[in-house]
Design a protein around this ligand. Structure first.
Ligand code: NAP
Length: 737
């Protein structure tokens, strides 16, 4: 683009005029010349500084142009090309802006015989319903996309020049081949325009049309705004992109026919299926367009300012357990009948699982304030998804789904974000292959995973080389589809949510010590699930209620899976006053309300057998230790150093900053109970550290300022509101990035 001393824009309408304005503003493109068939438009363009020079005769300027942009209607492209051909220098770069690319290529081939080397086709995805110089906008292309469709004979330098031109206007440039471009645009732009024109025309022809338009509500306005676009331009586009538009229209007509039948037959399930899929797809697209993940990403730094003191009271319910939220969607989808879920954790990971099953044709309503309704399709009712299943950052989703997908009749590809793509998948691929599945992974056994359908799996007796609940679950879930018995044996106890929930859905799982086994070929029966509250989230309030003087709280419906209850055992050893009420079983999981009263805690040597059962809860247990009489010693917890942060060191840094005496060792820490002072601590982006220091403020002498708490929202949505409701005194400060 640096070598361009003269740019010629042919066609000073909305698109060409806006480009000239943006190039002028960016100071690129050198001398800008504009041509249009209307002399008045050219004069107007010069008078407002859009172009330096211009006229109605493009042929007068061709020879001096280093870059020519043809921005006339697609139907006029051929005549403009014929006009420039005799005078075009071989080194001049040419591009266009036409909304269909196959037709522009055909015009060029007609005029030149084949596309000239330096002619790079392009299409800005920006516009409005207006036309002409007066409609041009300097920032029309800011943050919009431009598609270039380079041909094999286009030199790199020419493609680069056109790319840089659009980037200088603030656009993001994408590259595509021509047929793909025309199909994508037919579906996403041309078809909606066609439908809007048709709907407004149909209604306008009715007798009472005035009435209809007078009362037309927002929906009609939103849907038909584009029917005000330039009729001539759209006639040209539908003519130019006829084949792709008709293909998109045929697909639409088929979809409409299905919906018509559903309405005719009052088929509620079919309608709900179409609408929930459309709604979630629309939301998914919006998030993609906003470049965000399933839940809005923070573009702010969030800090907590925790005022000292506070007594806790009341009943509260913390968010649902993540592991159980995942499994409730999976088993609900594969069950026969309708599963109602309450307390579903609307976190990014469990939403990825939910989306994956929607992509396989399961009708899922919600989530709405933790409520989800899953219309199960049975073990053999999933449909082939239209594309790869995208599982975001969720390792649980990918490993468990791998097991389920191994038994399907169709091929599936499982993909995820950059960080998931680094995680090992061979540990699940290996046992699945032993069962007869065909599983391909990328280099080094990493995602994406391609799982071939139509294989008959056979049960295996899998002695797991590592203690992993995900691997165990994957094999057992594949076992649902296998002939005979599938058995897993684990080297050390791991979370058993899958075994429990399978039982809750009426599928018999035999358990014998470290082994679990099931017979393939059974069926799952829908079961309503009130997802237990996550004990890891409840732990903050267990410690809070224990250390804050004059407190008594009840944490409702907490999951008490025996593989997770270390925090209760440890707190009780420290002298906490914790009692269980309303003990029950939900979907195979034990749950209870936990009543916590203030108590004077004492330092203990934490039994090593409790460490794996409380591994996520240590940051807040360290706060309990800081408030206890005497020394609390933790050993055998090196795994804490490789969590979201080095939890031993980061907690120790914070405690020391608040005047608490502690000593870090390789696999643990010694904490001397005493007085918590005041000061500033850093969470190092770790949600559990941030919440732990918020708990510490209940016994601190002065204010604690906690930096970098944005991640709390992902694991514990609503933490600050819930904590303040119970008696904390937290305020949130944000700082835009
Ligand atoms: P526009 O505002 O109507 O501008 C087109 C301009 O080209 C008009 O001033 C027209 O003059 C002039 N023109 C027509 N034939 C010509 C010729 N033979 N020589 C010189 N000038 C000529 O239309 P636009 O919206 O800018 O669209 C231009 C191109 O951009 C089209 O190919 C369209 O497919 C593409 N595009 C449009 C949009 C959009 O939303 N508008 C978006 C992306 C791409 P007259 O008014 O005298 O005919």
């Amino acid at each position: 683009m640096d070598t361009v001393k003269t740019t010629l824009v042919i066609g000073l309408g909305l698109i060409g005029g806006s480009l000239a304005l943006a190039l002028k503003k960016a100071g690129l493109g050198g001398h800008i010349i504009g041509c249009d068939r209307d002399q008045d438009e050219v004069e107007l363009a010069i008078s407002i500084g859009m172009i330096d020079q211009g006229s109605v005769r493009a042929e007068d300027w061709i020879e001096q142009a280093d870059l020519i942009v043809i921005s006339v209607p697609v139907i006029a492209m051929e005549s403009v090309m014929a006009q420039i051909r005799p005078l075009l220098r071989p080194d001049t770069i040419v591009t266009d802006v036409g909304s269909s690319k196959g037709s522009v290529l055909a015009s060029a081939e007609k005029v030149w015989g084949s596309l000239p080397d330096n002619f790079v086709l392009g299409h800005p995805i920006a516009g409005s319903e207006k036309s002409g110089v007066a409609a041009a906008l300097v920032d029309l292309y800011q943050r919009h996309k431009v598609i270039v469709t380079p041909a094999e004979n286009n030199p790199q330098a020419a493609v680069r020049c056109v790319t840089q031109m659009w980037q200088a206007c603030g656009a993001e440039v994408l590259s595509m081949d021509i047929p793909h471009h025309d199909e994508v645009l037919a579906a996403t732009s041309h078809l909606p325009h066609l439908l809007a024109f048709s709907l407004v025309d149909t209604l306008a022809r009715q007798d009472e049309s005035l009435e209809i338009f007078r009362y037309a509500a927002g929906g009609f306005r939103d849907f038909t705004r584009i029917a005000a676009s330039d009729p001539v331009m759209w006639r040209d586009i539908f003519t130019a992109n006829q084949r792709a538009v008709l293909k998109a229209l045929t697909e639409f007509e088929q979809g409409l026919a299905i919906l018509r039948t559903a309405v005719e037959q009052s088929d509620s399930d079919a309608m709900l299926g179409i609408f929930t899929r459309a709604k979630s797809a629309r939301e998914h697209f919006s998030r993609i367009l906003e470049n965000s993940a399933y839940i809005p990403m923070q573009n702010k730094l969030i800090h907590y300012r925790a005022a000292p003191g506070g007594a806790l009271s009341g009943r509260l319910r913390v968010p649902g357990d993540k592991s159980i939220s995942h499994r409730s969607i999976m088993l609900g989808s594969l069950a026969e009948g309708t599963t109602h879920i309450k307390g579903f954790l609307e976190g990014e990971d469990s939403l990825a699982t939910l989306q994956a099953f929607r992509d396989m044709g399961v009708v899922i309503e919600g989530p709405h304030q933790g409520e989800v309704t899953v219309h199960g399709v049975g073990l053999h009712g999933l449909k082939k998804p239209a594309g790869p299943l995208y599982l975001g950052n969720s390792g649980t989703s990918m490993r468990l789904l791998a097991g389920l997908m191994a038994g399907q009749s169709f091929d599936v590809e499982l993909t995820g974000d950059a960080s998931l793509t680094k995680r090992p998948m061979e540990r699940v691929a290996k046992p699945l292959r032993e069962m007869g599945a065909v599983v391909e992974t990328a280099e080094g056994g990493r995602p994406p995973m391609l799982i071939r359908g139509g294989q008959q799996l056979k049960g295996i007796d899998y002695v797991m080389p590592m203690a992993s609940a995900q691997v165990k679950s994957c094999v057992l879930l594949a076992g649902l589809y296998a002939q005979g018995e599938t058995q897993t044996t684990e080297p050390a106890p791991t979370r058993d949510h899958t075994e429990r929930m399978l039982t809750g859905f009426g599928y018999s799982v035999a358990r014998n010590g470290a082994s679990a086994s099931l017979q393939g070929g059974g069926k799952l029966v829908a079961s309503d699930i009130d997802v237990p509250s996550d004990i890891s989230s409840a732990a903050f309030f267990m410690v809070a209620g224990s250390i804050a003087p004059d407190s008594e709280i009840v944490i409702e419906h907490v999951g008490l899976n025996p593989t997770r209850v270390g925090v209760i055992n440890i707190l009780k050893l420290m002298g906490a006053d914790i009692t269980l009420e309303n003990e029950a079983e939900v979907g195979g999981e034990p749950v209870a309300d936990i009543r916590v009263r203030s108590a004077q805690l004492k330092g203990i040597d934490i039994p090593e057998d409790q460490v794996p059962l409380a591994i996520d809860e240590f940051p807040v247990l360290f706060v309990a230790a800081a408030c206890a009489e005497g020394v609390t010693r933790l050993r055998g917890a090196e795994e804490l150093r490789v969590k979201e942060s080095d939890r031993i060191q980061v907690m120790a840094d914070g405690l020391l900053a608040l005047g608490v005496d502690c000593t870090v060792v390789e696999d643990g820490i010694d904490i001397v109970g005493g007085v918590i002072g005041s000061g500033s601590v850093h969470s190092r982006d770790d949600h559990r550290i941030a919440m732990s220091f918020a708990v510490a403020s209940l016994r601190s002498e002065g204010e604690i300022f906690i930096e970098d708490c944005a991640n709390v929202a992902t694991s514990f949505p609503g933490f600050v509101e819930l904590a303040n409701g119970a008696g904390f005194n937290l305020s949130v400060e944000d700082e835009s990035l």
